[in-house]
Write a protein that binds this ligand. Structure first.
Ligand SMILES: Nc1ncnc2c1ncn2[C@@H]1O[C@H](COP(=O)(O)OP(=O)(O)OP(=O)(O)O)[C@@H](O)[C@H]1O
Ligand SMILES: [Mg+2]
Length: 385
């Protein structure tokens, strides 16, 4: 399932952003332009399928700190600089909205403030959700809708609408609570696919990094987001996955080197044979950049590719000479999984442009608000409260 459109509204500097994305999409832009915020917004969206959306948002400080801090809208005078930016009388409710759509599914969620009698005023509430088929929400293709505590589902066969039983609490999503093989089959399918979305940000490589410790060896088709199961993930690729691709990618970055996994069931360790050395180097002895490249290889060559993989600045701590191999690795991986990549490394970007078809989105800030440069904002419809 390819996701073709992403939409975020009211989250930090992303006041109102709709983007078209492709098989391999690069998000770039100056410091502070909103790249990491977009990454986090996507992660929040994915957390809906894990039942953690409201808890994660609360952990970021609740709506008061994550909401767009500017005015509800800019007047023409404010945009032209003739008038200072100032708050206006609110016409709509406070709202943070996240959504995605692809050829087969679209989903969006709208969060707002609890009513004033609620004991925990910082806790955001889910006010509305919608799920539809195809790219844009409309009357005809809507098939699951939530308003407040009530969920309505449309039967795929008869097209009839009915209420799902019971009421949802304000912090539960219909994606987790109404997904049911008998009557919420589409929700269930979408939830399972969203649960596979993977996010890699800041894979640790310091001296105490989980990836440098001996690890229990079990079948590991997906690298953990902290890289703590690197040895098992590499052993899995070597045993049942794209062994040759892994070897090629290591050779591409470190000519003449070989990666291996040593040890028994309970203490597997990654080692690397390097030309000129009499013994392989233990994972503890590898440089930060080398280890990071191994982590990225294990993540990207996963034997169970997810629908979508999102990477935030994977180039951090890599020597420039590794950026061309990393670009090739990304292009290779994007044949099997959709990739959204946040990066501001010119060399990596040049490598990607050279090696494959990429969609480039350049973010910039205008009056504190993130906008996509040189791109018309695609159409998007939010669910109604
Ligand atoms: N609630 C908010 N409302 C409006 N803007 C905000 C809010 N919270 C943070 N910002 C701004 O959003 C901007 C985006 O930050 P973000 O971390 O996404 O930038 P970035 O593109 O990842 O930058 P870098 O390259 O430095 O990592 C920052 O300039 C920050 O000041
Ligand atoms: Mg950032």
């Amino acid at each position: 399932m390819l996701i073709t459109r992403l939409a975020v509204s009211g989250y930090r500097s992303l006041r109102d952003v709709v983007l078209d994305v492709g098989q391999l999409t690069l998000i770039t832009g100056a410091n502070g332009s909103g790249k990491s915020s977009l990454y986090r917004a996507l992660r929040l969206l994915a957390e809906t399928a894990q039942g953690r959306l409201v808890a994660s948002l609360a952990a970021e400080g609740g709506l008061s700190s994550t909401l767009w801090a500017g005015p509800e809208r800019f007047s023409r005078e404010m945009l032209s600089g003739r008038q200072a930016v100032q708050g206006t009388v609110r016409t709509g409710p406070v709202s943070l909205r996240l959504g995605f759509a692809g050829a087969d599914f679209g989903y969006a969620v709208d969060l707002g403030l609890p009513d004033p009698t609620h004991p925990f005023q910082r806790d955001p509430e889910i006010k509305a959700e919608a799920m539809w088929t195809g790219e844009m929400l409309g009357r005809a293709n809507l098939f699951a809708e939530r308003r407040g505590p009530l969920v309505s589902l449309r039967r795929a066969d008869s097209g009839e609408w009915r209420h799902a039983s019971g009421e949802l609490s304000a912090f539960d999503s219909m994606v987790t609570h109404c997904a049911d093989p008998a009557d919420g089959l589409e929700l269930l399918l979408m939830r399972e696919r969203m649960r596979n979305w993977r996010f890699y940000d800041n894979l640790r490589t310091d001296a105490d990094a989980p990836a440098r410790r001996p690890q229990v060896m079990t079948y590991t088709p997906v690298l953990a987001s902290d890289g703590g199961d690197l040895a098992a993930a590499i052993a899995t690729i070597l045993a049942i996955g794209e062994r040759e691709e892994l070897e090629e990618t290591i050779e591409d970055a470190f000519p003449g080197c070989q990666v291996l996994v040593q040890g028994g069931d309970d203490h597997g360790v990654v080692e690397m044979r390097q030309p000129g050395l009499l013994r392989p180097l233990h994972v503890r002895e590898l440089s930060d950049g080398t280890l990071r490249y191994l982590l990225l290889s294990a993540a990207l060559l996963s034997p169970r590719p997810p629908d979508i993989m999102v990477l935030n600045e994977p180039e951090a701590s890599l020597h420039p000479s590794l950026l061309a191999p990393l670009a090739r690795l990304l292009v290779r991986a994007s044949a099997r999984t959709q990739i959204i990549l946040v990066s501001h490394s010119e060399r990596l970007i040049q490598g990607l442009r050279r090696d494959g078809g990429i969609e480039e989105i350049r973010l910039a800030k205008q009056l504190g608000e993130t906008r996509a440069e040189d791109a018309d904002s695609p159409r998007w419809v939010w669910p109604k409260r």
